[in-house]
Write a protein that binds this ligand. Sequence first.
Ligand code: PLP
Length: 370
Amino acid sequence: MKGLRPDQVIRDEIQQISAYHVQSAAGLVKLDAMENPYSLPESLRAEIARMLASVEFNRYPDAGAIQLKKCLRRAMQIPESFDVLLGNGSDELLQIIINACARPGATVLAPSPGFVMYRMYSLIAGLRFVEVSVEADFSLDPDKMIAAIREHRPSVVLIAYPNNPTGNLFSGDAMTAILEEAPGLVVVDEAYQPFAESSFLDRLGNYPNLLVLRTLSKLGLAGIRLGYAVARPEWVRELDKVRSPYNVNSLTQLVAERVLANFDVLEHQAAAIRADRATLIARLGEFPEVIAYPSAANFLLVRVPDAATIFAGLKRRGVLVKNLHGAHAVLEQCLRITVGTPSENEQLLFALSACLDDRGNGVPPQLRVG
Ligand SMILES: Cc1ncc(COP(=O)(O)O)c(C=O)c1O
């Protein structure tokens, strides 16, 4: 019997996309993935280690993650009248939302540039993906957004608030226009909310089609993969049908419960990152050739004279960032740099200074400091 080749079986739209690429960071200062650079206090880690010893690994996790949801509601002050859906990272929740809304011919609409998985998940689910470009200053023009919504009647609008990779919060006018105009679900993706101190969670009551998406990843728990969505029960009831059973494993549930019971630890870390963000912007501003844009997230969008060369130069000096040049017209010669610890930020500044010097006087990189 002769079998078919993958290209005869796999859908064309899947063959046309590339898998999400994660850069290797071995041995490098990792400022590429918007992680919290701080680990948990030793005492909390020891307590978690002791608790893990009694996990029943032979049993499935609590399917409803009841205890974890209680901890999450308390820590995040989620109003009782709204339901919570948990995911294996907010990535999984995005996929659940998009799959659930994938009626034939349906459209997902999002500002561009935005989080790359919005497009990937939409194409994988067979939806049309419409992008509305931000302006040169990364703001969203409410009129442009309204016109696009009227034209395309999207089933889902995805808005990262703050936006990744630009780091800014879209204006209140733009957000209100979207929430009032969109005919379908509006997902306000607050992955970076701990660094923004602005949220739509307390506006859920005003907009029946609003879903607020959050994650613990940027707060300091990227390794356990836990995201949560908050919306009216009628939305969560339907979305929950698309969720795989036991999608949040026992270890994640236990660790998240313990850490959320000590939520002040994460809050203090987020506050330190916000303060270090301000210092890093100021220090980057001392380089005349560099523009560091204001950010409400735990990363900075930075425009440099030659992103590819600076990216490679930083990497050679042991610092990994993300090169965004070529991803969108507004990102020309831009790098995205996660705010690290003060010492990591110093290493970045030192390496950047050396990269800029290389360009200035033409001395080969191997002869320079760093
Ligand atoms: C805007 C935005 N949403 C969602 C995610 C996914 O986060 P996670 O799956 O770790 O919860 C990211 C990750 O970078 C992001 O930038």
